[in-house]
Design a protein around this ligand. Structure first.
Ligand code: GLN
Ligand code: ZN
Length: 778
């Protein structure tokens, strides 16, 4: 095959879990031993074949590398670890097939802790963190890439292998435990680049004409290098990779497409265009074009001989693209003399498969939506416009104009009353009484030092899930379901009393999910049937669609919290999900600033808190585990984000009287970057993850002058292991040495919904004993 430019249409990647989550089922069946490895491989291969055929059917050319090979059995970063054979030494004993090793790295086994998982850029997708040290072996293992390439060729499709690029790979890696002080995985860039070169040469030998190397590190200020340094690393690596020839009888590499999704690469773009690669992608939804370089012709000069894949179709949300605006951007580029290809802002792995699968969604709402398949079709339309001229797609543009106008004018999208309430909310509504007054007023709650509590959920048992699904299917009526939930709540309350916890929870048995539960009860949201999006490995979530102005037609949690409180003398915490987290884990409207949407959600929650307090609840927890996740990758945008996100939490909680105690929970422990924001939430008590880091997070908070309550987790809920009394006692003592005892709460790291009852009871019993031991010793 000979080197030819990319066709006018491409996407960066496509969902890989299958329209009906077939991959999830196959992978989990394999783990459970119900199917063989060969059967799993067969299912995966069928899914890939279906994906390629679908992409061609939707309008991506079969020839020329337009169809990406973005399949993954589990995670794309883990795929790169395998392709580099970068198996950490601690897995040396884990032998087996490639796929066996792969899953052991991902999930661990009896002898091995799995690779750590963490969030992929500012998305809710999690990747397996590579562990690299000075000795990590690197060797090219392109087997999986070659298999896919051959499969595609067999079907007559010239596809484009996809791999996380070398710079991003190493910047997402962490130094393995045994690495020398000061070692950074990126120190090994040159060696890793050499292995990438071998992989590329193997791909070229097998007939690949294009390869896609993803370098989202280029848009992030949250990595270990500055963006300028990241760009320099990219230049260093691609000078080497690009040096090999793409021409002649035996090309030494495929043509290279570098992508920079998830943010703004405008400042780097001209330098990327000047690299010895054949195409560069820019995210033009989150990012912009460098206006000056575009105007003075320097962008076009930098891109001479290099194609620009313009990511104008949004791969992060589910709205139909404003095709006219997108086409204008493409036209600007083409008129400036830049060789332009239509693309997506990022891989479509973050959106569901197909709107057409939704039978129950309101037809009008449905007409405004575009999932992965619709987005591919939009890319194809824009590409036709680029090739054949604007007139050739005028009908499509006009149709989208109509759809967007319909959306803007539809009932529920803008509700004057809600908008005036948001407009009327001022600083006073975001500020509670002084910390001192609140402390004083809350003495009446009678909460002891080192008060023990949990984060909210108790185990979601098979029984609970069964009852919920019976209710959803109409097999049991509302009365029976509510009776079941009340019995469950009563059981959880009695259990906590027996264990001796100080501040109780109702256990969240009524919630299918901490966001969807609220989305179903708030106006302005819709839920899908098949809108699954991979969150990690075989796990997927079904984000709700926030399409209109948000309001709360009726109380959402009061019934359950009030019932729980009626059963006990001890305080029961009301339990809400915060505005930022509700937004982060939903698909949000794109027709107004996120901050405006957050304020609407905040006002709804504010009403809920007032109703909870009226019903006799004295402590309310508002969870914000996604506060860190939505932090923009681009430092220049962070202050504005923190302003509205913290502001929305304060608007939600600002109506609480001084004697009402507001708690918040942030799952993670890495909030160095947002410590001011955590403080700015002004919650009376903040619980955080801390057990795995042995309370490392307490000290920075103390040094920061954090003066309100803090509950560093003393028990890691991510594993079924039961932490003993001594172990938890020690953690409490470490925390107590770093922060005054009267600020300290004792709780697990996170909610208990994924745990079983046996380990939960044992661990919480030990937690209470540990708190007592420290109190007695203090
Ligand atoms: N209250 C929630 C629970 O306990 C919090 C979960 C979370 O932060 N992810 O399940
Ligand atoms: Zn949590």
């Amino acid at each position: 095959m000979t080197a030819a430019p990319l066709p006018h249409a491409t996407i960066l990647g496509y969902p890989r879990i299958g329209r009906r989550r077939e991959l999830k089922r196959a992978v989990e069946s394999f783990w459970a031993g119900r199917i063989t490895e060969a059967q799993l491989i067969e299912t995966a291969s069928e899914l890939r074949a279906a994906t390629r055929a679908r992409l061609v059917e939707l309008g991506l050319p079969a020839a020329g590398g337009a169809v990406p090979e973005s399949f993954s059995f589990y995670d794309q970063v883990l795929d790169a670890t395998l392709a580099l054979s970068a198996i950490p030494e601690r897995f040396a004993g884990a032998t087996g097939s490639d796929l066996g090793t792969y899953f052991t790295l991902a999930r661990g086994d009896e002898q091995h802790q799995p690779l750590e998982m963490t969030k992929w850029f500012d998305t809710n997708y999690h990747y397996s963190v590579p562990e690299i040290d000075e000795r990590t072996p690197f060797a090219a293992n392109p087997a999986q890439l070659l298999t896919q390439l051959a499969e595609a060729a067999e079907a007559g499709i010239e596809s484009r292998p996809v791999l996380v690029g070398p710079v991003t790979y190493l910047l997402l890696a962490k130094a393995a435990d045994g690495a020398a002080d000061g070692f950074d995985p990126v120190d090994r860039l040159d060696e890793v680049t050499a292995v990438y070169a071998e992989i590329l040469s193997a791909l070229a030998a097998a007939g690949a004409t294009w390869v896609q190397l993803d370098e989202p590190a280029l848009v992030s200020d949250s990595l270990r290098t500055s963006r300028e340094d990241t760009l320099a690393l990219v230049e260093r690596a691609y000078a080497v990779l690009g040096a090999a020839s793409t021409a002649g009888e035996a090309p030494a590499r495929p043509q290279i497409l570098i992508t920079a999704p998830y943010g703004d690469s405008s400042r780097a773009l001209a330098r990327l265009g000047a690299l010895p690669v054949e195409a560069v992608q820019a995210d033009l939804v989150r990012g912009t074009l460098p206006a000056a370089a575009l105007a003075d012709g320097s962008l076009a000069r930098a891109f001479a001989g290099t194609q620009l894949v313009a990511g104008v179709v949004d791969g992060r949300n589910i709205w139909r693209t404003d095709l006219r605006a997108a086409f204008a951007t493409l036209t600007t580029l083409a008129e400036a003399g830049v060789e332009t290809v239509v693309g997506t802002s990022n891989s479509l792995q973050h959106v569901p498969h197909d709107v057409a699968d939704e039978q129950k969604l309101d037809a009008r709402l449905k007409s405004w939506l575009a999932f992965a398949d619709q987005k591919v079709a939009q890319v194809a339309v824009l590409a036709r416009g680029l090739a054949e001229g604007a007139a050739s797609i005028e009908e499509d543009l006009a149709e989208v104009d109509r759809v967007l106008a319909d959306r803007a004018a539809a009932p529920g999208v803008r509700i004057d009353d809600i908008r005036s309430q948001v407009a009327a909310a001022g600083d006073a509504d975001r500020n509670r009484a002084s910390e001192e007054d609140r402390r004083e007023a809350q003495r009446g709650l009678g909460i002891p030092q080192l008060a023990t509590t949990t984060i909210g959920s108790f185990p979601q048992t098979g029984e609970i899930r069964k009852a919920r699904s019976a209710f959803v299917k109409g097999e049991i009526d509302e009365q029976a379901y509510e009776g079941f939930l009340e019995a469950e709540i009563e059981r959880v309350i009695r259990l906590q009393e027996e264990i001796g916890l100080d501040v109780l929870v109702h256990g969240e048995a009524e919630r299918n999910d901490m966001v969807q539960y609220f989305a179903e009860l708030l106006d302005g949201f819709a839920v899908t049937e098949h809108g699954w999006v991979q969150s990690y490995g075989s796990r997927a979530t079904r984000p709700s669609i926030l399409w209109g102005d948000v309001s709360r037609p009726a109380p959402m949690t009061v019934r359950w919290s009030a019932f729980a409180q009626s059963l006990t003398e001890r305080p029961v915490k009301g339990m809400l999900t915060g505005p930022v987290t509700i937004l982060a884990w939903s698909f949000v409207r794109d027709d107004q600033p996120l901050g405006d949407t957050a304020s609407q959600v905040a006002l709804a929650l504010r009403g809920e808190i007032a109703d909870l307090v009226d019903a006799g609840i004295t402590i309310v927890q508002v969870d914000e585990p996604a506060l860190r996740e939505l932090l923009p990758l681009d430092r220049e945008r962070q202050a504005a984000y923190l302003d509205w996100s913290v502001g929305s939490f304060r608007l939600a909680t600002g109506g609480a009287a001084p004697e009402v105690q507001i708690h918040t929970h942030l799952c993670y422990s890495e909030f160095g970057e947002i410590i001011d924001a955590v403080d700015g939430l002004d919650a009376d008590v903040t619980s955080i993850e801390a057990a795995r880091s042995r309370m490392d997070v307490v000290e920075p908070l103390g040094n920061h002058g954090y003066s309100r309550g803090i509950g560093p987790g003393v028990y890691d809920i991510h594993s079924p292991r039961v932490p003993g009394v001594d172990e938890q006692t020690e953690l409490i003592r470490i925390a107590a040495a770093r922060i005054p005892g009267e600020q300290l709460w004792v709780n697990p790291d996170c909610g208990l919904k994924t745990r079983g009852y046996d380990e939960t009871v044992a661990s919480l019993t030990n937690l209470v004993l540990a708190a007592k031991a420290v109190r007695a010793g203090a």
